[in-house]
Design a protein around this ligand. Sequence first.
Ligand SMILES: Cc1ncc(COP(=O)(O)O)c(C=O)c1O
Length: 291
Amino acid sequence: MADGYPLRLVPSPSEPAGPALPSEGLQLALRAAFGRPCQVTASGRDALARILTYLRLQASDEVWIDTTTCARYLAISPCVTATVSKFCRFAHGPGSRTAAVLVIHDWGVPNPRLPSLKDYCRARGLPLIEDAAHAFASVDAVGRRMGTVGDFALFSLPKFFPIRQGGLAIGLSSRESSSEPAVQEAERALAGWLPRWQEIAAARRERWHTLDAAVREVGLESALRLPRGVAPSLYLLRTPRQFATITGLRQAGIETGPDQYTGTVFLPCHQQVRSEDMARIVAAVSEAAGS
Ligand SMILES: Cc1ncc(COP(=O)(O)O)c(C=O)c1O
């Protein structure tokens, strides 16, 4: 996601107002949330690479990638496909070389095929990895927190918290404190922000619904439903005027995408979006819709 816009798709890093968790408290809180040991990593990509390293995949193996929106090729985050490609191949369906399944929860919305893919993996003894990079605080229809269903999971912290960098690898045993500066910084920032996760999740849902009401007034809608319990990473606007809308948003200083044709536009709906930002987003969307 590009930098350089006053309003970004992810929150800008900031210091938490409240008290931070003590360092052993951070591991305990993460274990309580995800029910398993977990490693703080330098990024979501780093978390995925650590999981794939642990799995000892061969170059000719395939990772089957499935996403909430059934996205393929260009619409799957290139940082995911590039990371997998450092280890082995990836595919959009099962095959004779399938060695692991990677389930992406697009934009925080639980992948509806997670239960069936879990059964598929269990029947074949394959590892199931949840890419919950965008889904830190999301739970599915039966109340399971995303990241707790697969054998492994990864999160990207800046997509939810106002943190500069960092990720989590769930299912890998926690290590002694890391000497990597990026990990130390992520741990410090997460210890400050983790106690506020529910408040952040509620703020995101509230902004998503405000945007949804406004875009419906101009005859548009979200490409994704927001089920109860889901904390979205962004609002995925469906529009026949994708590129006009993207141009208008960028001119208004709002980070957006994607640059390839999908018939959708990313709108920020994180906790730092203020009412005046919301007005600018809605004005750009309405103008493009009417033009
Ligand atoms: C679905 C998905 N997984 C993983 C990542 C990697 O996260 P990070 O940017 O923290 O490396 C991203 C980043 O955009 C992503 O969109």
